[in-house]
Design a protein around this ligand. Structure first.
Ligand SMILES: Cc1ncc(C[n+]2csc(CCOP(=O)(O)OP(=O)(O)O)c2C)c(N)n1
Ligand SMILES: [Mg+2]
Length: 546
């Protein structure tokens, strides 16, 4: 890397901090007001950075995380001292689990009077240390820009993640005259992989009878979708996806599979998991008798709970090497045909569910109606239990960066923040937010932020009147008993949105879902389609969450 250029900035330390972020291409700040952080706002004003203020710091921080997910630039949230920062904790933790590059700038009580009991005097750093790549307090005004520059660089360096810096009141308001570093490059910071291990991987794929890839978020973060396509087309490897891996190969590509994980587990002899942890979503890294190889974007991501060949390094470099493999290779066309046949029969079975005419409405029918209306670059966001799991089963993702789930931290309430950022980052695309009715309760107030900032989003609530993903398992495990699983039936979440300045409607009949979605897409405002669904419907879950 060459020496970064510099930009001279006069102003409060907080202004320097924002200038340093802007240099990374980050053009939006998500926040909720507090006097401790006003100089960040001065910086945003000076830098022409858009400021989107929300009604809860959790929403602001989730929005900043999703901005990163959608742009692959570092996301930026500014949170006021004390409760502003603690309110951001769940979203910062989500970013940590998701490997999302996020910079959170916090206010902090004055250093000069530390220990005397200033308002919101709280040492955030120990709280943040366990959920970030780095957490620190910036005490020297001359170091504000440099600290933020280093923070953003840490955030975007694989394995990516959140970084937290707080600025004491008497630092952030102190004028400073500094050179703000400008990064010359903020992608391609990944390490080169060990060539021998890459060769071993390439030979294993080429020589396997029935290999498969499971493609996760770090392939997306590394921007490696072209090398992925080249590698799997060259070696003939069927692909499965999770997280932001969805869409790295379009769901309609002949090597993309959505419905055949059962066949994968039963029949694959080699599973290469790329850029996602071997966690509960992937059977903790066990796929029947298949050999497992784990490709990670940094050595820190090596799994400790299983003994597998691990190849660490930039996904572009690893996948390009696979695409360039020259030795002999087994013909995988029979295996691909076997999976394709299973996929087609799964698709036929799904078609029945997607067209389900039952009343009360089956959630699958909502997805059937949605599928007919989604454009290739639609951004689909999930927030909920069973209703969101159906999205994972039925939504076909056709482009990179179009699928936002909460990830393995599984924090309900991510949806409205994610949707706000999606509309900011993709002004022309359809933005669809799928909400369980339980999930909707966490942050629906932030429809107000969508309205104030003119951010139209289509929201669909699968309203079954219960915390379904808890109620059904509780009923099963306790043989018919449950507690704390019920919500008010038929609540009018659409009326909440209307009260906040958006629009919406409630749907009770399957035939009315499609026309309601059409009105929602045409409305140009935050619009909530409140679909009353069957509380008896249970997602057919096979994975072990624990
Ligand atoms: C912040 C948070 N609190 C609690 C949970 C536990 N939890 C997971 S799924 C779920 C039920 C979600 O219900 P809803 O959003 O209505 O979706 P449904 O399962 O009914 O479709 C709950 C409570 C969680 N994941 N996150
Ligand atoms: Mg529910």
């Amino acid at each position: 890397m060459t020496q970064p250029a510099e930009q001279h900035i006069e102003g409060h330390t907080g202004q320097q901090a924002i200038a340093a972020m802007k240099a990374f291409g980050t053009d939006t700040l998500f926040t909720l007001n507090g006097a401790h952080i006003w100089p960040f706002y001065e910086g945003a004003r000076d830098q022409g950075m858009r400021v989107v203020d929300t009604r809860h710091e959790q929403t602001a921080t989730f929005a900043a995380e999703a901005y990163a997910k959608l742009t692959r630039k570092p996301g930026l949230a500014a949170l006021t001292a004390g409760p502003g920062i603690t309110n951001g904790t769940s979203a910062i933790t989500s970013a940590y689990f998701n490997g999302t590059p996020l910079v959170v700038l916090g206010g902090r009580a004055a250093e000069e009077r530390w220990g005397s009991g200033s308002l919101q005097e709280f040492d955030h750093v120990p709280v943040m240390a366990s959920i970030t790549k780095h957490a620190a307090t910036v005490k020297d005004p001359s170091q504000g820009a440099a600290a933020v520059h280093a923070a953003a660089r840490t955030a975007v360096t694989p394995h990516r993640g959140p970084v937290f810096l707080d600025f004491p009141f008497d630092t952030i308001f102190t004028p400073a005259s500094v050179e703000v570093p400008v990064p010359d490059v903020c992608v391609g910071l990944g390490a080169a992989p060990d060539e021998e291990l890459v060769d071993e991987l390439a030979n294993a794929v080429a020589n396997a009878e029935r290999p498969a890839f499971i493609v996760g978020s770090d392939v997306y973060w590394d921007g490696a979708w072209e090398p992925l396509r080249a590698a799997v087309e060259h070696l003939g490897v069927p692909c499965f996806f999770n997280g932001l891996g969805r869409g790295t190969l379009p769901a309609d590509h002949p090597l993309a599979f959505l419905r055949t994980r059962g066949v994968l587990k039963a029949r694959a002899d080699l599973v290469v998991v790329l850029g996602t942890p071997l966690d509960f979503r992937l059977g903790f890294g066990k796929f029947g008798n298949a050999r497992v190889v784990h490709v990670v974007d940094a050595a820190s991501q090596k799994a400790e709970h299983v003994e597998v060949l691990t190849v660490a390094g930039d996904c572009n470099m690893i996948l390009r090497a696979l695409a360039d493999h020259t030795g002999d290779r087994v013909d995988h066309s029979g295996w691909i045909a076997e999976l394709r046949a299973a996929e087609e029969s799964g698709r036929a079975a799904d078609a029945v569910l997607l067209a389900a005419d039952a009343a009360p409405i089956k959630p699958s029918r909502i997805y059937g109606e949605l599928a007919k209306r989604l454009e290739r670059d639609a951004v689909v966001i999930c927030d909920g239990g069973d209703f969101a799991s159906y999205a994972g089963k039925f939504v076909e993702v056709l482009e990179p960066g179009c699928w936002l789930d909460t990830g393995p931290f599984g924090c309900l309430g991510n949806g409205p923040g994610y949707a706000i950022a999606a509309r900011v980052a993709r002004p022309q695309s359809q933005i669809v937010l799928l909400l369980g009715d339980g999930a909707a309760g966490f942050s629906l107030m932030d429809v107000d932020s969508m309205v104030r900032h003119n951010l139209p989003v289509v929201m669909v609530v699968g309203n079954n009147g219960i915390w379904g993903l808890e109620k059904h398992p509780m009923q099963f495990i306790y043989s018919g008993w449950d507690m704390a699983c019920d919500l008010q039936p038929e609540l009018r979440y659409d009326d909440v949105v209307k009260a906040l300045g958006g629009a919406g409607e409630t749907v009770r009949n399957p035939a009315d879902i499609g026309p309601a979605l059409d009105r929602a897409f045409a409305s140009g405002v935050p619009y909530l389609v409140n679909v009353l669904t069957d509380p008896a419907d249970m997602y057919p879950r096979t994975s072990n969450l624990g």
